[in-house]
Design a protein around this ligand. Structure first.
Ligand SMILES: [Zn+2]
Length: 603
């Protein structure tokens, strides 16, 4: 009853606003969807006759590289309110100016898209899947004004899944351009499932708009897993975010020919996978968990350097280790607490980023804050030249996840508190009131939660600005776990990307500093011919050669570089991989601590 009244009031207010302000209106005509094309008609109304600047975004919130979405729009025309042509000039690769209007500008263009993920568009006979920054021209001068979207020529049975506000006659609205840009649109014949979740005296509808070829039973299982993870995340923060219209929508595309991805938004998320639920055994719930955690962390608990978002260029932040890395940590932890992962699976999930972080040579140069700032190059960034990332870049997802683990275990073993308490404090102080935070604010919250300002200052100096990490072996012992060499006797030369090339094996990547390959001077482009007594014809032959070798052995490696054949000696090392296992001799106190960490939380 209360909810109905609120909706009616909101609709009434919005209709009044429409009459007074003449919202920007977009009409999307789907007639050409079979050929990856949507026709867009946009109407802009301004209170002056000055030239109107129109912008196509060069960035998409949540993805930090530059994306020139303007490359996929064409046949651009501008008319005035009476249908007379207006002068349209391109001012930059991503902006246009319309002159000679009397306050009303109608623009039409064609939009092409055939790449479904959280950043791009896919328009085909199965769906129209749109990310708004990749789709809509907007007027920067009207950024604070409401906008409406209507759909034309919808195939039978298709409907929209979106966080845009529903209006009369199927129209959709956004209170401003930022909300419009944050609202992806999936138009298809998808299934819609939902459950209700109570929080802070309100009832929220959590929807799953599922576009897939799987069974109704699989959809039900996914909904149950989603519900369990939503409850575990709510338990961390003590409440759900106050979703607009008391509704949050998971928009899932599990279809051949889409790109695996997840992209967070305020009241919805896009989750995509080319595998079916059956093929992936519901591994898709990992993305669901990660993206839902973003509803708190990054959508509302937001770094100051991403606010307001700049649509004209890349947006750099030193906080992605927290925004993405901590979200990665909690995405998996919530799946353990909700019983999607058993203990062994969870330890496996922790072990992988831990090995990557402890063994990368990149930490010589950068701590978590500095790798966050490189997101603009790597987060779907495109380069034609080769890079040396293996030696100087570690993903802020991986690194941040390991920092979260380090902090959680330190707080649990040394301060009688935990990372959940830090997240709750950050939520209450910055997320809920939507006050953007800076790194110093996290440090201050850590000082309060731990009661040790010196520890917080040292942690930020050494492990956030610097590359230090605590002694994980000691931390895990106190959680009833052991961290030790996985294969101490296994011969190892280091990670290299290799490919068969003619009758030999070609090195595809730069060798990692500190590895036997690098110490022997082997690097990208080299054609490996022989290792010890084994003639190399495929990458597997290297494993064959190492099978009989022991750490400390010296092998001759014969290789060709720029047509010159050479030979060097390579000293075999021991595999540095670490394994995280349950300690069968753990003390009762350690097991109790581990259960408090990984066990289900009560709402
Ligand atoms: Zn994320």
């Amino acid at each position: 009853m209360l909810r109905l009244n609120r909706c009616t009031l909101a609709l009434f207010t919005s209709l009044l606003a429409t009459a007074a302000q003449a919202d920007t209106h977009y009409q999307l005509d789907l007639a050409g969807h079979d050929r990856h094309q949507v026709a867009v008609n946009a109407r802009f109304v301004v209170d002056n006759t000055e030239p109107l600047l129109l912008q196509m975004s060069a960035a998409s919130p949540g993805r930090y590289a530059r994306h020139d979405f303007a490359k996929n729009i064409y046949a651009l025309k501008a008319l005035d309110g009476q249908g007379n042509p207006l002068l349209l000039q391109r001012m930059s690769p991503t902006s246009w100016q319309v002159s000679g209007h009397q306050g009303e500008v109608q623009v039409s263009y064609l939009l092409f898209g055939n790449h479904a993920d959280g950043t791009y568009n896919q328009i085909d006979s199965r769906h129209v899947h749109l990310n708004m920054p990749a789709s809509l021209l907007f007027a920067p001068s009207l950024r604070a004004q409401p906008a409406t979207v209507s759909l034309k020529t919808l195939p039978t049975g298709w409907r929209a899944a979106t966080q845009l506000y529903p209006q009369a006659e199927g129209a959709l609205s956004a209170p401003d351009v930022d909300y419009l840009m944050d609202s992806p649109l999936e138009i298809s014949d998808h299934q819609l499932l939902s459950f209700s979740q109570a929080s802070a005296g309100k009832t929220y509808q959590i929807e799953l708009a599922l576009h897939h070829a799987g069974s109704a039973e699989e959809a039900k299982v996914l909904l149950e897993k989603t519900q369990a993870v939503v409850r575990q995340q709510q338990a961390i923060f003590g409440e759900l975010p106050d979703f607009a219209n008391q509704r949050y929508t998971f928009i899932a595309d599990y279809l051949p020919g889409v790109d695996g991805d997840g992209m967070e938004h305020r009241n919805s998320t896009i989750v995509t996978s080319e595998s079916s639920l059956a093929q992936d055994e519901f591994a898709q719930v990992e993305t669901i968990s990660h993206e839902f955690f973003h509803a708190w962390n990054v959508e509302r608990l937001r770094p100051k350097n991403l606010q307001p978002f700049d649509y004209t260029q890349t947006n750099m932040s030193d906080a992605l280790w927290f925004a993405e890395g901590f979200t990665n940590y909690y995405g998996k932890l919530a799946l353990k607490r909700s019983s999607h992962f058993d203990l062994d699976t969870y330890l496996d999930k922790v072990q992988k980023p831990l090995n990557q972080t402890l063994q990368t040579p990149a930490r010589r140069w950068s701590g978590p804050a500095a790798v966050s700032q490189q997101a603009v190059f790597v987060d779907a960034g495109v380069a034609v030249d080769k890079t040396n990332y293996a030696n100087h870049f570690l993903s802020y997802y991986t690194y941040g996840e390991v920092v979260a683990l380090a902090l959680d275990l330190t707080l649990r073993t040394q301060y009688d508190t935990d990372l959940d308490a830090l997240m709750r404090l950050m939520w209450q102080r910055f997320g809920k009131p939507e006050t953007p935070y800076q790194l110093a604010d996290i440090q201050q919250a850590l000082a309060e939660v731990s009661g040790d300002a010196e520890f917080a200052a040292a942690f930020f100096r050494d492990s956030i600005q610097g590359p230090g990490l605590p002694d994980f072996t000691a931390l895990f012992t106190q959680m009833g776990l052991t961290l030790s060499a996985a294969n101490p006797d296994k011969a190892w030369l280091g990670a290299l990307q290799l490919a068969t090339f003619g009758d030999a094996v070609q090195v595809q990547s730069v060798s990692r500093d500190g590895s036997p390959w690098a110490s022997a001077g082997i690097t990208d482009g080299d054609l490996l011919l022989q290792l010890g007594s084994v003639r190399l014809r495929t990458p597997d032959d290297i494993d064959t050669a190492l099978k009989t070798a022991r750490p400390g052995d010296v092998l001759a490696v014969k290789f060709r570089r720029f047509d010159r054949e050479q030979s060097v000696n390579i000293t075999v090392a021991a595999d540095p991989a670490l394994a995280l296992r349950v300690d069968k001799n753990a003390s009762r106190a350690s097991v109790k601590r581990r259960d408090a960490w990984l066990g289900a939380k009560k709402l």
